[in-house]
Design a protein around this ligand. Structure first.
Ligand code: COA
Length: 179
């Protein structure tokens, strides 16, 4: 029985990704603009989802975190994750990917702030981190709006690209603002 992982914000409903999101995920990754700072713009082939990725995204069902599909007014707009960090497995890592037609309205910030607050208040985490390519200005802007600060850089174990790492500690919760 999966552990519940459901969050609601002013505009978003987040709930654990399931097999039923396969088409949503393939369509999301078919937009080169969405994939620009992930794969250089290359879409993710459907078989990569069915072979490995979807299982990886469902892998935290026994935990109160993982990958969550995001819905606005019932429509899939992308996903967020809160999962063990690739930089430090004792820390939860925030991540997100939204459809291009959902950008520019503060949805990534809204979902991210809710997840960071959830990590501190409900999961009693002391630190949340995130990583991004240095050129991904929109993503880094979202991290800063969650109170995160630059802490360094490392080579991402998947993909082998250098990324910047941002962190926020529990005591910085006042930066999270309203959802
Ligand atoms: C990154 C992403 C999630 C942002 O989503 P979003 O809902 O548009 O983000 P928000 O509206 O909450 O906030 C974006 C902020 O970045 C700013 N921003 C956007 N593009 C920018 C750019 N090129 N340079 C600097 N700032 C930028 C916006 O102005 C906004 O800040 P503001 O509210 O102070 O004006 C979205 O662009 C996305 O899904 N991109 C593709 C996937 C991806 O790169 N994921 C992250 C991998 S690390």
């Amino acid at each position: 029985m999966p552990v519940p992982f459901v969050l609601d914000t002013a505009r978003l409903h987040l709930r654990r990704i399931t097999d039923g999101n396969l088409d949503d995920l393939v369509t999301l990754d078919s937009d080169p603009a969405v994939m620009r700072f992930i794969s250089g713009g290359e879409p993710t082939p459907r078989h990569v989802y069915t072979d490995t990725l979807l299982e990886r995204m469902k892998a935290y069902a026994d935990q109160p975190y993982g990958y969550a599909a995001a819905y606005e007014a019932g429509r899939f707009v992308g996903w967020f994750h809160l999962r063990p960090s690739v930089a430090d497995a004792d820390v939860l890592e925030l991540g997100y990917r939204l459809r291009q037609d959902a950008w520019g309205r503060g949805l990534a910030t809204e979902g991210s702030r809710a997840l960071v607050r959830y990590a501190f208040d409900d999961l009693e985490q002391t630190l949340v981190d995130a990583c991004a390519l240095e050129d991904n200005a929109a993503s880094i802007a979202v991290l800063k709006k969650c109170g995160m600060r630059y802490v360094g850089r490392f080579v991402h174990p998947r993909g082998g690209m250098e990324v910047v790492r941002y962190c926020v500690g529990r005591g910085r919760g006042a930066d999270l603002g309203a959802t």
